[in-house]
Design a binder for this molecule. Sequence first.
Ligand code: BJW
Length: 242
Amino acid sequence: MADLSLRRDDAIVILTGAGISRESGLHTFRDVGGVWSQVKLEDVATPEGYARDPQQVQDFYNARRAQLADPTINPNAAHLALAALEAAWAGPVFIVTQNVDDLHERAGSRAVLHMHGELRRVRCTACGDNREIDGTITLADVCPNCGSIGTRRPDVVWFGEMPYGMDRIYGALAECALFLSIGTSGTVYPAAGFVAEARSHGAFCLELNLEPSQGATMFHQALTGPATELVPNLVAKLLGRG
Ligand code: BJW
């Protein structure tokens, strides 16, 4: 691996995608057998799909929320290593995740931004009420804040909708010394553009993925392998233990 030559108080931004949760038992989207080979993206991940068939969309997200509650789904060595990095590193370690699961939080990471929302949150389209939910969302639900019926939807970001936290993310990309991208295919914007942004501000950019992503050549270095091997190895090096 290239010499990262970081100072211990340098800022690190870490973009994660579905690949980091694959070894915890959650499907990625675009790999063989992934989510988009089971359901059509247009049906379940667009506002138009929701308008056409809200029940189908609620069923899809209710099932994924239930899967997340399954006791066999747990943070893996990659999630745990990133939490250990945040705890031991003197500078800020900011995880920007495209994932809607909560495995980073369960691993112990604190500075986590879910740019595509969270499975375990529900949003009211009438009043904007946004709160945690463990069970199912139904079309008969009454919003506890405004009393509207059938206006509760999963708090996830669909195609054509604005991801969360963009100002904060671009601010962090402009200031980090190291940008890490882990387990994402680099096909969905704006996340796919973060490497160019970080690089233009002088960050060292490193990709960790099972195979080179679509944007791998944008990185200073791209390492291939499973996240549960690559991430703990990298964290050990960063912390001087590797
Ligand atoms: C492993 C591994 C292991 C496997 N170890 N690795 C034309 C050009 C450019 C942009 C657009 C365009 N037309 C439309 C757009 C915009 C659009 C877009 O990007 N479309 C593209 C498809 C072209 N984007 C949007 O609409 C976004 N909003 C937006 O742009 O607003 C305007 C805006 C403008 C400017 C600034 C800011 C905003 C919204 C995107 C919403 C995405 N939503 C989803 C669903 C969320 C809810 C849900 O989960 O159901 O988010 S789609 C889905 O894809 C999900 C993911 O977060 C996202 C990314 O997927 P990810 O994580 O990369 O997964 P995969 O499966 O693609 O890849 C997994 C990788 O892991 C692979 O590489 C494997 O090799 C690897 N892997 N096992 C390590 N063990």
